[in-house]
Design a protein around this ligand. Structure first.
Ligand code: ZN
Length: 278
């Protein structure tokens, strides 16, 4: 479950859609990055931090989507750092939990890792020998941030970058996500731990994937524009953006409901284009 990607920096695998959380251990303190969809995985992260000699009292959220926060109960007792839009995104997850669990809403709310420290632009934390820099990389969601461990040139991207599923737009915007990916391309990243999927282990692989993911969004949008301009309706335009051409062998077609994920992203971009024309 825990993979040491750099000295004291761990990718933490989740069983939820090839998910990835993180842990950074410094000389003076440790922090968790996201807390999984499941409480037992959040608990394992808290135990891991205790084994390293620290209290699990610092948590960084990459965004407020359910699968990154529901396991937070064991990790939420101290500071919770997040973008200033994250509490609003978390608020919108509550109905999902109410449907899934037969417990009162107060219980659900009391177990959620509500941010205690929020920021708009960026935030840096020095754990002692590990400088953790958080900055916005929105587009998958409005509140998306990435977390860079400066000494190790290692990036936890949250769902801004995903290597195990099709980039999802969710409640974000594909053009904003593209801008975020171009920003990440300019950074010096040797290791990238995505929100879902395998960790990327060299600068070349990181660049390749960032370019591919940005190119996917741009080429889907271009094709849709062409199809709509040629008079096709939304459904026919979306059909034209086939999995084989636009994803090919970049992602396994038989895993994580991939064709449906591709279609969801295509449909979201159709919606964006429709809104532009209103
Ligand atoms: Zn998400």
């Amino acid at each position: 479950m825990f993979t040491e990607e750099a000295s004291g920096v761990f990718g933490v695998a989740s069983r939820f859609v090839d998910g990835k959380n993180g842990i950074v251990v410094g000389e003076r303190a440790a922090l968790a990055i996201d807390c999984s969809n499941y409480e037992d995985e959040g608990q394992a992260m808290a135990d891991f931090i205790r084994d390293k000699g620290f209290a699990p009292d610092r948590l960084v959220l990459t965004h407020g989507h359910g699968d990154h926060i529901w396991g937070g109960k064991p990790l939420k007792s101290g500071d919770v750092f997040a973008h200033h839009l994250t509490p609003g995104v978390m608020e919108r997850q509550v109905p999902q939990a109410l449907k899934r669990r037969e417990v009162p809403e107060e219980v659900i709310r009391s177990e959620m890792p509500w941010p205690t420290v929020t920021y708009r632009d960026e935030l840096q934390i020095d754990l002692g020998g590990k400088t953790v820099w958080m900055f916005p990389s929105p587009g998958h969601s409005v509140d998306g941030v990435s977390v860079y461990v400066v000494e190790d040139k290692l990036l936890f991207s949250g769902d801004s970058v995903v290597t195990g599923i099709v980039a999802a737009i969710g409640d974000g915007d594909s053009r904003i996500l593209e801008q975020s990916l171009h920003k990440l391309m300019k950074m010096d990243i040797e290791t990238l731990v995505p929100g879902h999927g395998e960790t990327l282990h060299s600068k070349a692989r990181v660049q390749d994937w960032l370019q591919w993911q940005a190119g996917y969004l741009a080429s889907v949008r271009n094709r849709l524009q062409d199809e709509l301009a040629a008079g096709k309706d939304a459904e026919a335009a979306a059909e034209a953006v086939d999995f084989e051409t636009y994803i090919g062998d970049r992602l396994p077609i038989d895993r994580n409901g991939m064709p449906k994920r591709h279609r969801n992203t295509v449909d979201k971009i159709v919606e964006e284009l429709a809104t532009d024309n209103e």
